[in-house]
Write a protein that binds this ligand. Structure first.
Ligand code: G4P
Length: 533
């Protein structure tokens, strides 16, 4: 197969959702269709063995959750599919955001009864900024849900993206019997599930005017469907692939992951519409995936996946050319030639040494401690750097100290290492020496991971004190004068810190406090990430 053929069959995406919308269940069902697992339920059977997969770190086992994103690869319909998992719940972290830098499209799962929820909004925003195509799966259609037209309206109003329903629920008052498929012009009704969603479920298919179908769903439901479809045709969005590719229109599917209803159809339509690996921007122009010269970037670093070996893995996303085991590549930040030994691919917990991979694929590399987030690796014959990764605004803050002051050195080393990995953002309280730091994260679980790793890898017990702040702002005076606690009016309304580059940062509790500071310091500009300053 040529490089171009390999690229054209790849689909690399992430599933984003608010916890409990059904991301895990949908992933599980997609794998089921891909033949990657034979019985759904082996990804995360939550009651008996919640940590069936990706229990790489001890903490994951203890908590029964997945701290890090895993990568799943399978084949379906001639496509090679890479699903990058984005953890939800309180294990929300910067990793979750960064994973979205490595995908070509995203699938947004919404709960039909809940609509657009908080975490969906945050993740959506990151996808939107990248202008990648976003597909929507409105889940849990097997039970009571909001009015479908209201759900579409909510997507448009809350997220600011137009929605094109690929299918449309049949039923009134939140009780659904199936869907009308707008692409295939046919009706699919829920069939009796005798396997409790454990295997593929066949739905009953009818022509849109089949009298048997009308009898089955009842005239009232049939009439309601006709009204909705007419409304959609007349007032709804037109299908427009350019808008989809630009991330301005989201093809929307209704279904039920648990009962498998609409999942296969979703997968097939998705594979038809979703883009193969896209070109990427670099400081040497656009890098096309079919460029013969290999290139990739690191989007995630995972330490201690195997406690027996204390290893670190750097996950790379291949952007161009062909990856081969033991190949020599140029590592941009160190300007050194390195050998890519022991490349690994994943089906959840099972690691597998791989010999070759192509654009769109994710490979885990053994990391002797040289890789950092966002690093470019490329063919030595064409040296360039991919665009820098954005930093995401931290929202949770804690003061961190070593319990035993004798361990100060190890403590500082550990903190430094974790900051470099991008697991935390580090700040220094002004005038406090190096005994204590303030650590910022995007999710609270990162503090537990921090505590655990400092103990297990550096032998340091830490004291964590959560701070009551939720907003960080980088500060600058338009006069060019440096912002200090003394020159900032109301500095004592928050906490004044310096970041690692000694830029002034203020933590405050809420937007109201920000408003006060802004009003009382007319020459002050505030930024939510250091990049914006
Ligand atoms: P998440 O990864 O987005 O957090 O969601 P997950 O798939 O874990 O699903 C959250 C809950 O919603 C689970 O129930 C799951 O079974 C249920 N669910 C997922 N898809 C559907 C669906 O199409 N219809 C219905 N009715 N429920 C669905 P749970 O009670 O938390 O776990 P479990 O005991 O069912 O495993």
């Amino acid at each position: 197969m040529t490089l171009a053929e390999e690229i054209s069959k790849r689909r690399t995406f992430a599933i984003i959702s608010h916890p409990d919308a059904g991301k895990t269940t949908l992933t599980e069902k997609l794998l089921l269709y891909g033949g990657a697992i034979h019985l759904a339920g082996s990804i995360k059977s939550r009651k008996t063995q919640r940590h069936a997969v990706s229990d790489w770190m001890e903490i994951e086992k203890q908590r029964g959750i997945s701290v890090t994103s895993s990568v799943l690869q399978f084949d379906y319909g001639g496509c090679r599919i890479n699903i990058l998992d984005t953890p939800g719940h309180q294990d929300f972290s910067e990793d979750t955001y960064r994973t979205l830098m490595a995908v070509d499209s995203a699938v947004m799962v919404l709960d039909a009864a809940k609509g657009v929820e908080a975490q969906t909004k945050k993740l959506f925003k990151v996808c939107r900024e990248r202008r990648i195509p976003i597909f929507t799966f409105i889940n849990k259609l097997d039970r009571y849900g909001k009015v479908p037209l209201d759900l579409l309206d909510e997507v448009e109003k809350v997220l600011g993206i137009s929605a094109y329903p690929m299918n449309f629920p049949i039923g009134v008052d939140g009780k659904y019997l199936g869907v009308y498929d707008r692409q295939k012009n046919r009706v699919e009704l829920f069939a009796e599930d005798t396997t409790h969603g454990q295997s593929e479920r066949i739905s009953e298919i009818f022509a849109p005017d089949d009298p048997d179908m009308i009898k089955k769903i009842g005239q009232a439901n049939y009439d309601a469907l006709q009204d909705d479809l007419t409304l959609l045709d007349e007032a709804g969005e037109d299908f427009d692939i350019d808008k989809i590719n630009a991330g301005d229109l989201t093809p929307t599917f209704f279904g039920s992951a648990m009962t498998n209803f609409g999942v296969q159809n979703f997968l097939e339509e998705y594979l038809k519409l979703a883009p193969p690996p896209a070109p990427r921007l670099s400081d040497d122009g656009v890098i096309e995936p079919d460029d013969e010269k290999f290139s990739a970037f690191v989007f995630k670093i995972q330490a201690n996946m195997n406690p027996a070996h204390r290893d670190r893995l750097a996950f790379i996303r291949i952007c161009s050319g062909k990856f081969e085991r033991n190949m020599q590549v140029w590592h941009a930040p160190s300007n050194k030639i390195i050998k890519l030994a022991q490349p690994q691919q994943f089906l959840a917990q099972e690691r597998q040494i791989i010999d070759e991979a192509f654009p769109g694929d994710i490979v885990g590399l053994f990391d002797p401690g040289i890789f950092g987030i966002g690093d470019t690796i490329a063919d030595a014959a064409h040296k360039f750097r991919f665009e820098e990764f954005p930093t995401f605004p931290p929202e949770k803050f804690a003061r961190v100290q070593a319990k035993d002051t004798m361990k100060r050195k190890q403590f500082a080393k550990g903190i430094e290492q974790l900051t470099q990995e991008g697991a935390i953002q580090l700040f220094y309280p002004v005038g406090m020496g190096n005994e204590s730091f303030v650590v910022g994260t995007v999710g609270t679980l990162q503090f537990e991971v921090l505590q655990y790793r400092l103990k297990s890898e550096y032998g340091v017990d830490v004291l964590l004190t959560m701070l009551p702040f939720e907003v960080a702002r980088w500060l600058k005076f338009s006069t060019g004068e440096k912002v200090t606690p003394a020159s900032l009016r109301g500095a004592n309304r928050g906490m004044f810190l310096l970041d690692r580059q000694e830029n002034p940062v203020l933590l405050v509790e809420n937007e109201w406090a920000l408003g006060w500071i802004s009003e009382n310091n007319p020459k002050l500009s505030m930024y939510s990430t250091p990049q914006e300053v």
